[in-house]
Write a protein that binds this ligand. Sequence first.
Ligand SMILES: Nc1ncnc2c1ncn2[C@@H]1O[C@H](COP(=O)(O)OP(=O)(O)OP(=O)(O)O)[C@@H](O)[C@H]1O
Length: 291
Amino acid sequence: MTGPAIRTRGLRMRYGRTEVLRGVDLEIARGEVFALLGPNGAGKTTTIEILEGFRRRSGGEVTVLGADPKRAGERWRGRLGIVLQDWRDHPRWGVRQLLAHMAGFYPDPRDPDELLETMGLTAQAGQTVGRLSGGQRRRLDVALGIVGRPELLFLDEPTAGFDPRARHEFHGLIGGLARDEGMTILLTTHDLAEAERLADRIAILVGGAVAVCGTPAGLADRVRAGSWVRWIEDGTERAATTPDPSLLAWELHQRFGGPVPGLEIRRPSLEETYLGLTTAGVPTEPERTAA
Ligand SMILES: Nc1ncnc2c1ncn2[C@@H]1O[C@H](COP(=O)(O)OP(=O)(O)OP(=O)(O)O)[C@@H](O)[C@H]1O
């Protein structure tokens, strides 16, 4: 099938009088791993719930695997894998029992035992779901999301509550699903390092619209464009923001004819810049950050 896996144009959502999404434009290619970032309440979950067909949008166009989620049926839904933020609990089910039960709904499911092994849950196979730790529960959620070999996988904050080892293993698993099986993956996360590591492209949602979107490297260049340079001149502290701090330092060095008093150069981390973007708004053109 041709065409992008996901396409939205002018997607809008209003809860009562509050407009949460104000024209979200996204285009996610088949086989792409795409991360949606944004502060709490930015509308990430709302966006993916609309894409999954769980929520009716207020406006705009949406196509997911060639269909409008508003009208798509069960066969379309069977091509999606969904890992929600708060999955309904099945505390009395056995881990393997639940996975095998869910596998039964799909025409070509993964083998539940192999999947438990991949997810590091073999030892918990006979345990009831209610007795799993938070991280184990999350891994089971992901197993349930991929048991039907979905073409498109939605992961809403998949690694929340994971310890570093589980997170590392999970990143390997997601990389493998995309690389080896060509699965399209849309994930939301608050972890910038996770987005950089996993995603082919990242979009940051601010104020109900996509503020920036690009590859992790492109985004890093773009948001890191402004470095702060400070120095003392005529007894006064001076400061400038520049995309090329070494050039400015060299110019100052020439001007002073030697060492520059109080010279300090600081390059904001991606994390700091992300925080800046999401609290103070963001210039939409890269040139403006580089001014
Ligand atoms: N069913 C609802 N009714 C009314 N308001 C809602 C509803 N669901 C979400 N909202 C509001 O919409 C906004 C966006 O919520 P959403 O859960 O989509 O954000 P998010 O980016 O996923 O946040 P988080 O990072 O905290 O998960 C929030 O202000 C939230 O309170």
